[in-house]
Ligand binder design. Structure first.
Ligand code: HEC
Ligand code: HEC
Ligand code: HEC
Ligand code: HEC
Ligand code: HEC
Ligand code: HEC
Ligand code: HEC
Ligand code: HEC
Ligand code: HEC
Ligand code: HEC
Length: 309
């Protein structure tokens, strides 16, 4: 009785793991070396592929091993002497079918835990748009193209942003798109208050990706600048590139500050009037326009509530 359930449950589990949509071809598993009889080039290169491990280990079940781990059982295909109808041919599959096939093995990793709700998946951009299993041009991660070229291929306007005078040196290889973005999607990080996409990576402790490299801005500070903690870095900075010094949102520092500190009389936010003067700052004196000459610890201070030191 127990063993019947074992078989039945295994079958049920297998059916669930391989959804109908993944176009399971009919037939039996024949092993990768048979595929090599006709697909000589792909077979000859396959030992370099990370997916070769399933053959090398000899520990996987046939449906998870080698060629048939992705393409499904090949007996009918071989008997027919080839053809697209008898095998799981990715060129004939819908984006959802591709996704389901790859995720039948790749769903456990946290980096892809929310992939079904990512902006890419929602736009029908799936695994094989970015990864090439057999014709990858990068040794790592089976990318279809070198990372920058891959992303620019679809996000052409972004290229120009990384050619601006002030920028993160992505084109020079110092910083990568994936230092800040998870192409597989995230759960909405807590510091993202807006509705924006879920492709901006959170680093440890669900922080902004920026803090992974700019650790001196992490704090906690005795005196936090609320904007840094609440709105995040993009309250004042453009992340990619800009003509403005220090990647600021505006060309002149004080105009960035006055976006928020615009209450007449004080620099407080209570009043939304346009500021020309404040009790402590004579804004007609050009000296006072250089806010960060005095407020030097603009990201937060451990000794001064006004960030003066
Ligand atoms: C990890 C999944 C995976 C494994 C394992 C795999 N393939 Fe593929 N195969 C693909 C994908 C995806 C494509 C579509 C083209 C691409 O993305 O590179 C493809 C395409 C093909 C094609 C179409 C021609 C071409 O060059 O694109 C053939 C033939 C093929 N695979 C044979 C094989 C053989 C033979 C093996 C084993 C040696 C194998 N595949 C192992 C995923 C896989
Ligand atoms: C007897 C020779 C033969 C054997 C054995 C064979 N194939 Fe094929 N296969 C072909 C031919 C011929 C085609 C059609 C070629 C074409 O359409 O470009 C084909 C097409 C394919 C395609 C479709 C490519 C596409 O997307 O258009 C895939 C995938 C594939 N084979 C995988 C496999 C796998 C995996 C095995 C082993 C389980 C295998 N083949 C065994 C001859 C064979
Ligand atoms: C929009 C492009 C894109 C899509 C879509 C995409 N990937 Fe990736 N993937 C990448 C990039 C870029 C990397 C390299 C990340 C890095 O350099 O840190 C990567 C890395 C990986 C890695 C290795 C590192 C890790 O996170 O484990 C695996 C495995 C992987 N992807 C699988 C998949 C699967 C499976 C799918 C579909 C379910 C998929 N990817 C969809 C771009 C993409
Ligand atoms: C039968 C299970 C299985 C399927 C289906 C499968 N993979 Fe994998 N994949 C693996 C295993 C196992 C590894 C190796 C992990 C390791 O290195 O420990 C791997 C590794 C990878 C890597 C990482 C390469 C690297 O350099 O780290 C990428 C990218 C990847 N797979 C993409 C895909 C894509 C795209 C698909 C769908 C076309 C797919 N996989 C389908 C099992 C699978
Ligand atoms: C095959 C095309 C394609 C590739 C390759 C691609 N993307 Fe995308 N990406 C899209 C589409 C389509 C969307 C959704 C529509 C849009 O917002 O542009 C999108 C959305 C995004 C978004 C969210 C945009 C927003 O406005 O919310 C980010 C961020 C992003 N991609 C980054 C990347 C990165 C980083 C890479 C490289 C690892 C990459 N993409 C590779 C097509 C692609
Ligand atoms: C230094 C971190 C960082 C790097 C590196 C980076 N991004 Fe971004 N990117 C961001 C942030 C943060 C946002 C979100 C801005 C917002 O929503 O306020 C963003 C937004 C985007 C968007 C959506 C908004 C738009 O302008 O269309 C796309 C697409 C995008 N990035 C693609 C890329 C690509 C492609 C690369 C690599 C060539 C890249 N990013 C490198 C941080 C970065
Ligand atoms: C992978 C590491 C890394 C990440 C992540 C990162 N940065 Fe940077 N950032 C750098 C490096 C390196 C420089 C120095 C620029 C150079 O030398 O080209 C820099 C420079 C800067 C500068 C100063 C530019 C100048 O002209 O002096 C600002 C502002 C900045 N980053 C903000 C951010 C923000 C905001 C984020 C998050 C959206 C971020 N960074 C994410 C590595 C990173
Ligand atoms: C309230 C506005 C504001 C916010 C929010 C902000 N910055 Fe800045 N940041 C500035 C200003 C202004 C400068 C230029 C300082 C100067 O002129 O001396 C600057 C300069 C920088 C620099 C280059 C000089 C340096 O101190 O290293 C980096 C890197 C930087 N910011 C990173 C970040 C990061 C990371 C965040 C998010 C944690 C962030 N900033 C949030 C206003 C801000
Ligand atoms: C995104 C909005 C925002 C921007 C931009 C901004 N701040 Fe602030 N700042 C705040 C908030 C919120 C507080 C907390 C005090 C409050 O509620 O008025 C604060 C507090 C301060 C304080 C301490 C005030 C006090 O009463 O203790 C100083 C000084 C300050 N900011 C200077 C600046 C300077 C200089 C800039 C430009 C480089 C700047 N801020 C840009 C939102 C902002
Ligand atoms: C010449 C040095 C100097 C410059 C330049 C300067 N501040 Fe100040 N700021 C101070 C001092 C000193 C205080 C503390 C005044 C006090 O405690 O009475 C202060 C206080 C503040 C406060 C707290 C509220 C208030 O009015 O006392 C804010 C907000 C502020 N500055 C914002 C700015 C902004 C925005 C700029 C640029 C437009 C700027 N500061 C330029 C020296 C300066």
């Amino acid at each position: 009785m127990k063993s019947i359930c074992l078989i039945a449950c295994t079958l049920l589990f297998a059916a669930a793991a391989f959804p109908q949509t993944a176009t399971q071809p009919p037939g039996q598993y024949i092993g990768s070396d048979k595929c090599g009889l006709c697909h000589t080039e792909i077979y000859a290169e396959f030992y370099k592929n990370p997916h070769y491990k399933s053959i090398a280990s000899g520990r996987e079940t046939p449906d998870k091993t080698g060629c048939e781990g992705c393409h499904g059982p090949g007996s009918d295909h071989m008997a027919a002497g080839g053809g697209q109808a008898t095998i799981r041919a990715f060129s004939q599959m819908t984006p959802t079918q591709v996704l389901d096939t790859c995720l039948s093995c790749h769903s456990k990793d946290m980096s892809r835990a929310n992939i079904r709700r990512s902006a890419h998946t929602e736009a029908d951009i799936v695994c094989t748009n970015c990864h090439s299993v057999h014709h990858s041009s990068t040794p790592k991660f089976l990318l279809a193209k070198k990372q920058t070229e891959l992303c620019y291929g679809c996000h052409a306007p972004i290229r120009a942003q990384f050619d601006m005078p002030v920028k993160h040196r992505v084109n020079e290889g110092v910083v990568q798109c994936t230092d800040c973005h998870n192409p597989h999607g995230n759960f909405a990080p807590s510091w993202r208050t807006g509705s924006g996409s879920n492709l901006v990576t959170a680093s440890h402790d669900n922080e902004e990706p920026c803090l992974k490299c700019h650790v001196d801005k992490r704090g906690p500070f005795v005196y936090e600048h609320a904007s840094v903690r609440v709105e995040g870095c993009s309250a004042c900075h453009i992340p990619h590139g800009s003509t403005n010094a220090k990647l600021l949102k505006r060309p002149v520092v004080f105009t960035v500050c006055l976006e928020c500190h615009n209450g007449a009389g004080t620099f407080g936010r209570e009043n939304q009037g346009i500021v020309i003067q404040s009790a402590s700052h004579n804004m007609l004196d050009p000296k006072y326009q250089q806010c960060t000459l005095c407020h030097v610890r603009i990201h937060g201070s451990n000794s001064d509530p006004r960030f003066l030191r």
